[in-house]
Design a protein around this ligand. Structure first.
Ligand code: PBG
Length: 328
């Protein structure tokens, strides 16, 4: 047999130039959204213990980070506040302070780096004394009452300069309610990226450390965040958020949920983002720091996998590192 095997799939893999030609997926700086933790004060760069290389930054330092992001070609940053305990309350009132940490940070960044996209997370957990994303009554997280607050929080964030409002609270009906209020308040140009399929995940641990809600959270978030066992429900969540006016949707966490990303992208074809969450970051770095994984290679591979799964972009704490690697 002269033709054994007739097809040799190794042939196009044989050299670098050829692999480059047949490559199906690419990762670029345009795919990156960088989540940044903000803290009160000045000149503060405070390491997050469970996330080596990630810091809580005071506003002046966050402005520097935004400049760095813009210089690296990262299109968008996402801001999360580390709210002092003294400002946390039962109803999360600080969320509706127009001069709270996150709103002040956005104004400062917009002023200094107008070219960068600003994503603002909408939920009450950075502000509540119980750490839940919504209002709690008799041990239950209230839906409609919480949405009433989230719409106000969203409008204040838009006023402060948010380009994308990203509700991460998982209350029912919040996307439509927020869209309506944003439009009424003159912010019809502000996008909504819905955390549509956000799972009640154990991978958020280090994030709660970063924003200071680890010791604060009572109970879990299973009555609003999704059950990791469910796939069809994720499709219904996404479908609903698109119908309510979401411009883009997000799947979270990332790596353990690549199947959901693929299915959402194939089903709806809308801009689809993934969040490589704090626990995924911690996991990869811990192994790398032990010398058990090659850090750069494993980080790049993990992000490429999101693209292959259908994601249009990834929220990742590796964003500046990866941008530097990609810019070579
Ligand atoms: C808050 C929020 C969380 C994350 C993003 N927004 C935590 C949570 O739902 O408890 C997690 C991000 C990460 O782990 O990196 N609603």
């Amino acid at each position: 047999m002269t033709h054994f095997p007739a097809t040799r799939l190794r042939r196009p893999r044989a050299s670098d130039w050829s692999r480059r030609m047949v490559r199906e997926t690419a990762l670029t700086c345009d795919d990156l959204i960088w989540p940044i933790f903000v803290k009160e004060g000045t000149s503060i760069t405070e390491p997050v213990k469970s996330m080596p290389g990630v810091n809580r930054l005071s506003i002046d330092k966050a402005v520097d980070a935004a400049k760095e992001a813009a210089d690296l070609g990262i299109p968008c940053i996402a801001l999360f506040p580390n709210t002092p305990d003294t400002l946390r309350s039962e109803h999360g009132d600080e969320a509706l302070n127009r001069d709270n940490l996150i709103n002040n940070a956005m104004r400062a960044i917009k002023d200094a780096v107008p070219s960068i996209g600003l994503l603002a997370d909408v939920a009450l957990d950075p502000y509540t004394s119980h750490g839940q994303d919504g209002l709690v009554q008799d041990g239950k997280v209230l839906n409609d009452e919480t949405v009433g607050i989230l719409v106000q929080q969203s409008v204040l964030q838009a006023e402060a300069g948010a380009d994308i409002i990203a509700p991460s609270d998982m209350m029912d009906g919040r996307i439509g309610a927020i869209r309506t209020e944003l439009d009424k308040a003159g912010f019809s140009h502000v996008q909504i990226m819905a955390y549509s399929a956000k799972y009640a995940s154990a991978f958020y641990g280090p994030f709660r450390d970063a924003v200071g809600s680890t010791g604060v959270l009572k109970g879990d978030k299973k009555t609003y965040q999704m059950d990791p066992a469910n796939r069809l429900e994720a499709i219904r969540e996404v479908e609903q958020d698109i119908a309510e006016g979401a411009d883009s949707v997000m799947i979270k966490p990332g790596m353990p949920y690549l199947d959901i990303i693929r299915e959402v992208k194939d089903t709806f074809g809308v801009p689809t983002f993934a969040y490589q969450v704090s626990g995924e970051y911690a996991m990869l770095l811990a192994a790398a720091q032990n010398g058990w994984l090659a850090e750069d290679a494993v980080v790049l591979e993990s992000l490429l996998a999101f693209k292959r799964a259908g994601a249009d972009g990834i929220l990742t704490y590796f964003a500046p590192k990866v941008a530097r690697l990609l810019n070579g």
